[in-house]
Design a binder for this molecule. Structure first.
Ligand code: HEM
Ligand code: HEM
Length: 330
């Protein structure tokens, strides 16, 4: 039975690790994303390695007429769906289910599993005993991790040997879609934003203590080639045209808050004013509504949720740039 308890405790650590490193990877569009995803994939494969042991515990538990066992079963289904969708994404075997990406299913199932995981652990408590920290436990744990590392490395080699598209993904795990072909750029939003229909005859942008009309913004010709890397699992490199924020804002202040007409907002360090572009065009053409018409932010080296669409205000103030939820809540 102690083997069961140790398996459950190992699962707890691995689930928490996978969840945290998944979000950590989303926080970066630069090299740390890869390191985080290596730990992430290792945790995922280690959970898979424990499935034979956990199925013994689960089968026994499900056989008992105990309250809440179907909640545990649903929790199991969600974890398996998340694992399967993660593997389908990373191998490239199935990237889309209709309009939904495998990555969205992966993260969605993981988020849905969180309350059930908390319930499961609180209702089926496992106590750590001093003997659980024996040399033997560590050796077993090490063996599970080594097996997971071998399986992960093996899967990466197999994906390439079999010529699966998984071999082409970027260090963030994302797949290339329609670079330099704006027509093929997918339009997605973080969570709940619906595409607003904006009439530029009446629309204005508030920035730097004044209002700007759409025509005034079209007169700028700053260009930036930047990669939009969506947390839905794709990326696309495009040439964006518009105006650098440093031209619209007075210098000073600690951070810049970029606000959408939907209320969605993100805050950036004031020192980035020169590298952030407020785009009116992509690939030499006006943005379409799904991509942020009339203007959207282009934030190179940041994941897609930083690229605020339908911007209508840019404010500078003295709040620190990290004074915001690490991921948008709308
Ligand atoms: C991959 C994650 C996990 C899945 C899919 C899972 C699923 C299940 C299922 C289906 C059962 C049998 C039904 C029941 O007794 O409610 C069960 C039992 C149990 N689980 Fe989990 N579980 C997971 C992780 C954990 C964790 C992290 C802990 C605690 C740290 C834990 C502790 C237990 C305990 C103590 C039992 C009861 C065993 C018994 O008395 O027969 N489980 N689990
Ligand atoms: C229950 C929690 C989770 C588990 C067990 C899990 C497990 C996995 C597994 C097994 C893979 C495939 C790894 C590979 O073959 O390279 C994967 C990929 C991925 N997961 Fe998760 N994951 C979980 C939650 C999350 C969350 C919450 C996020 C983001 C917020 C996330 C982001 C990713 C990303 C970006 C990839 C793609 C990595 C790549 O293709 O290189 N995961 N995950």
């Amino acid at each position: 039975m102690r083997l069961g308890a140790r398996t459950n405790l190992a699962l707890l650590a691995l689930l928490a690790g996978a969840f945290l490193t998944g979000w950590l990877a989303f926080a970066f569009a630069t090299a740390p994303a890869r390191w985080s995803l290596v730990v992430h994939a290792l945790s995922g494969f280690a959970i898979l390695a424990l499935v034979p042991w956990k199925s013994i515990i689960a089968r026994r538990g499900l056989g008992r007429p105990r309250s809440g066992r179907w909640v545990s079963a649903l929790f199991g289904v969600l974890v398996l769906v998340s694992l399967l969708a993660g593997l389908l994404h990373s191998t490239g075997l199935l990237l889309w289910w209709g309009p939904i990406t495998a990555m969205e299913v992966h993260v969605g199932a993981a988020i849905a599993a969180v309350p059930l995981a908390i319930w499961h652990v609180l209702r089926r408590p496992v106590r750590l005993r001093p003997t659980d920290l024996s040399r033997r436990t560590f050796l077993r744990g090490g063996a599970v991790l080594a097996g997971a590392a071998a399986a992960y490395a093996g899967s990466e080699v197999a994906v390439r040997a079999a010529g699966l598209v998984g071999g082409t993904r970027r260090f963030t795990g994302s797949y290339e879609v329609g670079s330099f072909q704006p027509d093929l750029l997918p339009a997605t939003s973080w969570m709940f934003d619906a595409v607003p229909q904006i009439d530029t005859g009446e629309w204005t942008l508030h920035a730097g203590g004044r209002t700007w009309s759409y025509e005034e913004l079209l007169a700028f010709d700053d260009r930036l080639t930047a990669t939009l890397d969506c947390t839905g699992g794709f990326y696309s490199t495009q040439e964006w045209t518009g105006v650098r924020l440093s031209r619209l804002l007075d210098s000073g202040g600690s951070s810049i808050r970029v606000v959408s007409s939907t209320g969605y907002d993100r805050r950036f360090p004031a020192s980035e004013a020169d590298s952030l572009l407020l785009a009116t065009q992509v690939g030499g053409r006006q943005l379409d509504p799904g991509h942020g018409y009339p203007v959207r932010l282009v934030a190179a080296n940041r994941r897609g949720f930083w690229w605020v669409k339908w911007v209508n205000a840019i404010e500078v103030d003295d709040l620190p740039h990290w004074w915001q939820s690490p991921f948008p809540l709308q």
